[in-house]
Ligand binder design. Structure first.
Ligand code: XMP
Length: 577
């Protein structure tokens, strides 16, 4: 029986001239190759920015075929006596059409920061390979070619305007000379290498776009790959198609066909598979795909872990029955899990506890299925998405344990080794909006496709501190219900990527009726995003917030204050824990 996980197969790239090489000089020190053949995802961890740029390339119908190689620094520090030989050879072997040096948290001035192999730029020039450096990638390009990079007087984070030169290659044909972009940097280029022209500046005068058309070298200080960069996608497309001359040919149908084939191959002709449905889009799409691949050997359950929203168990079970037409077993595990969570306040510990308990439930469900079918299920489907993977893993070879780990998503970080299931994760390399497209392709009903995402640990990450604190879960359920209903009634639900209420473990003073009260504060969050990797807060009309706040304080006992979260991601995350 094959043991490889779908979505993490090793794929050789061969010698192809129509490859787009994504040289990731970020925290994970990998590089990537894209071609027009079906995607073969080789490994699970690489940088956010690299992955997002890959996703944008796919939107441009360029199919990523991803390979890997250690970059100079990790090679130099570890096993290889000749630090530059191997990566350079990889580039030569892969023979890419395009190279993107992606962004990341490093500074070029820090010893051991990722870099490119000796002779890298000569090789690119000799083979006429266009190179685009993004954020750190641009700084690296500037520094390695003899320019200067210095710590900026003021770091620039978040959305801001930039001004571009539109007869440049990067911005040719842009409708205007200003656009909003997403910036996230502390260093900046203060002197450009010979041959480069500055073709974009920030309001503060920082160089944000550079190009050397003769050598086909380009740099963007901002992140064109994130959705909050207004015309970033256009710039990436211009680079891929107009500058590099790639042609498009990738589609979501490719992903579907390949993943069905991968599931069939991985699971084989006889094995049985179980899947926990959450009611959200990811597990619904994952289950539908696996069902297409293996039919009734898929067994689905829905676990009520006590951390669901208002009347969610009833509503979701009805949705499965009426719309998904997959048989689903409902398991009520709320009492057991809540007993384990009592008094736990550390967010990571909460996630791990919830993850471990989920696994216990799966193991028990496995026994039930075996009793029913006579076959022990050996595979578990999970709707793990790419953001879960990259935000849960420290970069390999980085010697870091958790410094770059944002959180352990329960379906990635919290699985015990002795799990006893092979994982089937057909969405592991996709972002949420891609999953929605995949779902639509398989006729997954809108009820599932359009539901706001709900995290695996449920309300545990929305009740700060102890989830079992008196009244916390009931309070947040009531507040959330009022808030989401108001959003639906205002016709805003589909404009918002995710909206929810947060229970804060603090009390504040208020005046209700004729009395002073000392009651809870609740937070409301609503964001726009396309993948959950970056997000902006949703700008409600003040009247909407005023009415919701009044309703909540009037209808929910023990709440006398409502605050609205106006932070983007970064610097915040979407959830509060
Ligand atoms: P953050 O808070 O990481 O959220 O900015 C990004 C997206 O991921 C969801 N999320 C989770 N999903 N397990 C999940 O399955 C988790 O532990 C988890 N934490 C966050 C979050 O709701 C948002 O959609």
């Amino acid at each position: 029986m094959p043991t490889a996980r779908p979505g993490t197969r090793l794929g050789g790239c061969g010698k192809r001239r129509d490859l787009l090489c994504f040289f990731d000089v970020l925290r994970h020190r990998r590089f990537f190759f894209f071609s027009r053949v079906l995607p073969r995802f080789v490994f699970s961890r690489f940088s956010n920015a690299a992955r997002q740029a890959a996703e944008r390339a796919r939107r441009a119908h360029i199919s990523p075929q991803i390979s890997r190689a250690r970059l100079t620094v990790s090679v130099a520090r570890t096993r290889h006596p000749s630090p530059h030989a191997r990566p350079q050879k990889r580039i030569t072997d892969q023979n890419p059409s395009v190279i993107i040096l992606s962004g990341g948290p490093n500074s070029v001035h820090v010893e051991g920061a990722p870099t490119v192999p000796e002779g890298f730029f000569d090789h690119c020039q000799a083979h006429s390979i266009p190179v685009l450096g993004i954020c750190y990638g641009m700084q690296l390009l500037v520094q390695r070619l003899g320019g200067q990079v210095e710590a900026a007087d003021k770091a620039e984070y978040g959305r801001m305007p930039v001004h571009t030169v539109n007869d440049s290659l990067l911005f040719k044909g842009e409708p205007g000379t200003s656009q909003q972009v997403w910036m996230s940097h502390g260093d900046e280029a203060t002197r450009l290498p010979e041959g480069f022209a500055c073709v974009g500046k920030s309001d503060a005068g920082a160089v944000v776009a550079i190009e050397d058309p003769a050598r086909k070298l380009f740099g963007l200080q901002y992140h064109p790959e994130v959705t909050h960069s207004e015309r970033g996608f256009e710039t990436i497309k211009r680079f891929l198609f107009d500058i590099a001359g790639l042609t498009a040919g990738w589609s979501m149908q490719n992903v579907l066909d390949e993943q069905i084939a991968v599931v069939k191959e991985t699971v084989g002709p006889d094995a049985h598979v179980i899947c926990a449905l959450s009611g959200g889009v990811d597990s619904a799409v994952a289950a539908t795909l696996v069902h297409r691949a293996i039919g009734d050997r898929l067994h689905c359950c829905f676990v009520d872990n006590g951390l669901l929203r208002f009347e969610e168990q009833t509503r979701v079970m009805k949705m499965f029955k009426d719309h998904l037409h997959l048989p689903v077993t409902c398991i009520d595990d709320s009492a057991r899990l809540l007993a384990k969570l009592k008094g736990v306040t550390d967010p990571e510990k909460k996630r791990k506890t919830i993850g471990a308990q989920f696994i216990e439930v799966f193991k028990e469900y496995k026994v039930d299925v075996e009793k029913k079918t006579g076959v022990r299920p050996t595979f578990l489907v999970q709707g793990t998405l790419y953001p879960d993977v990259i935000e849960s893993c420290p970069p390999p070879g980085s010697d870091q344990k958790h410094s770059h780990t944002i959180k352990s998503h329960h379906n990635v970080g919290g699985l015990p080794k002795e799990l006893g299931f092979e994982l089937v994760e057909p969405l592991r390399m996709l972002f949420k909006d891609e999953v929605r497209k995949l779902g639509l392709l398989m006729d997954v009903p809108k009820q599932f496709i359009s539901r706001h995402p709900f995290p695996g640990p449920g309300l545990a990450v929305r009740v700060l501190g102890d989830v079992c604190a008196e009244g916390a879960l009931d309070t947040i359920r009531a507040v959330d219900e009022i808030y989401i209903n108001a959003i639906r009634e205002a016709g805003l639900y589909d404009q918002i990527w995710q909206a929810f209420a947060v229970f804060l473990p603090i009390k504040s003073v208020g005046v209700q009726g004729d009395q002073r009260t000392h009651s809870h504060v609740v937070g409301l969050r609503a964001i726009t995003s396309s993948d959950g990797m970056t997000a902006d807060w949703f700008q409600f009309e003040p009247k909407f917030l005023q009415e919701v706040s009044a309703k909540i304080c009037n209808q929910v006992k023990n709440v006398n204050r409502v605050v609205y979260d106006i932070t983007s991601k970064p610097p915040s995350t979407v959830e509060w824990e």
